[in-house]
Design a protein around this ligand. Structure first.
Ligand code: PMP
Length: 455
């Protein structure tokens, strides 16, 4: 048996240095803007994750359209990340731009429902099969609200999540396992309380561990993605999700499915594609075509328990919703997006593209005898530096920041000029979010090829 090739770290470091230099030379305008931004913005960026570029400074984006980005130096790139799915539909959809412009001219936020809200509720119910819906500004928000409802309904203090999950900046979910102990996720800033007080963590694909933990009787809900998508893609083993449903029901634990990323599996996410039966469901990011919006759905049984007195006079200070939530602008964007994108016919185009991407990557991995893999879920694929892992911890153990950073810089530097868009998918900007994070903090690392879902 021949040994799998190993990475020559000295050579990798040399190549990385060359690419760092090349990046600086190719992007003078981004460098200027970065220097200027450093005077007023913390770390020179408007949001912390934007420091996670592989180069010396962030690439400043001038415009984005369809599956292409153009930076401020005029280089054009194929965007294989699409704002980490926020732009899964493609950038700058004309129909969303039109709807947003129309709505902006006739009132953005009033704290009153708009007619679009009715359409959106019906469409979400049709797609995901849950009958009742609420809007939120972000998937993070939606997850926070759902956890609150779950604790309130059950009177139980803790929520359960999967080891190495990511559900947004939701305090209770920023926890991982250290042996049997629940500890704050490495990198989580200023945890409000000991994560073990709020959260139980179980490994993905491990029904016995889930059963044992839920049996303790203190868990309000299990919040999970049907496939982990934030530590590479980890698919559920055959029968696992059915088992999760059985175990959660048996222990009277509400099952919350977060479809924010797994919407890539089809128009109704993995829930519709795989026949899941969640009690609550969260979806965010792409549903507004890039405009901030998210939603959560409730089964009839959960809705019945919440309707009435619980949504009474003091609901405005209950910790659910927000002043700008469900504003007319975001609802117009969601309607324009869901009526024209992320439909069966769009997936029929996008999934074969993702299959082609994954087959190409798999071919290269095989050709070089590397112990890596590429995983695909619907229209999205990611490569990872290990054989397919069974759970998040195994995926996290294969993180290789040096290798990943180099691969991304190399591709970025060959993204081509505006008039010479490369054929092979040159930039995966979301990937840059993987760059400067310590290896054990999870990674949406952009080695992904989500095919966009509309033209
Ligand atoms: N749920 C999942 C599964 C996610 O991957 C993310 C973000 N990547 C979120 C929720 C939170 O989304 P947002 O950052 O838009 O609030």
């Amino acid at each position: 048996m021949t040994a799998a090739p190993t990475v020559d770290r000295g050579r990798l470091a040399d190549l990385r240095r060359e690419e760092e230099q090349r990046f600086v030379e190719l992007h003078p305008r981004s460098a200027e803007l970065a220097a200027e931004a450093a005077g007023s913005l913390l770390a020179g960026v408007p949001m912390p994750w934007m420091t996670r570029w592989p180069g010396a400074f962030p690439l400043f984006c001038a415009s984005a359209s369809g599956a292409r980005l153009v930076d401020v130096d005029g280089h054009a790139y194929v965007d294989l990340c699409l704002g980490d799915t926020g732009a899964m539909t493609g950038h700058a959809l004309p129909q969303v731009a039109e709807a947003v412009a129309r709505q902006a001219a006739s009132g953005i936020t009033t704290m009153l429902p708009s007619a679009d809200a009715v359409w959106v509720g019906q469409e979400l119910a049709r797609r995901f099969g849950l009958p009742r819906w609420q809007l939120a500004m972000s998937a993070t928000d939606a997850n926070r609200f759902v956890l609150r409802f779950a604790r309130h309904l059950t009177g139980r203090p803790r929520v359960a999540v999967m080891d190495w999950c990511y559900h947004g900046t939701v305090d209770e979910t920023l926890a991982v396992l250290d042996g049997d102990r629940v500890v704050p996720r490495p990198g989580a800033l200023g945890p409000q309380v000991d994560a073990a007080l709020t959260t139980a963590v179980v490994p993905f694909n491990d029904l016995d561990a889930l059963d044992r933990r839920l049996a303790q009787g203190d868990i309000a809900c299990l919040l999970m993605e049907p496939a982990l998508t934030n530590i590479g893609i980890v698919l559920p083993e055959v029968g696992y999700l059915a088992g999760v449903r059985e175990v959660t029901r048996r222990h009277d634990v509400l099952l919350v499915v977060d479809e924010t990323h797994t919407l890539c599996a089809g128009p109704g996410g993995a829930t519709a594609a795989w026949g899941l039966e969640p009690d609550l469901l969260v979806v965010g990011k792409p549903i507004g075509g890039g405009v901030p919006a998210a939603a959560y759905g409730l089964s009839q049984a959960v809705a019945d328990r919440l309707d009435g007195p619980m949504l009474g006079h003091e609901i405005d200070v209950a910790g659910v919703g927000g002043t700008l939530t469900a504003n007319a602008l975001s609802l117009a964007a969601v309607r324009a997006t869901l009526s024209t994108c992320l439909r069966e016919e769009d997936f029929a185009v996008a999934v074969p593209l993702a299959e082609r991407f994954a087959a190409g990557v798999a071919g290269v991995i095989e050709q070089h005898g590397l112990p890596w893999h590429v995983q695909r879920l619907g229209c999205r694929a990611e490569y990872w530096f290990c054989p397919p892992p069974r759970d998040g911890a195994a995926a996290a153990a294969a993180v290789d920041e040096d290798l990943e950073g180099f691969l991304h810089l190399w591709s970025l530097n060959r993204g081509g000029a505006a008039d010479a868009v490369p054929q092979h998918g040159a930039v995966q900007p979301g990937a840059h979010r993987g760059r400067r994070r310590p290896p054990h903090r999870g990674l949406r690392r952009g080695r992904r090829g989500p095919a966009r879902l509309s033209d």
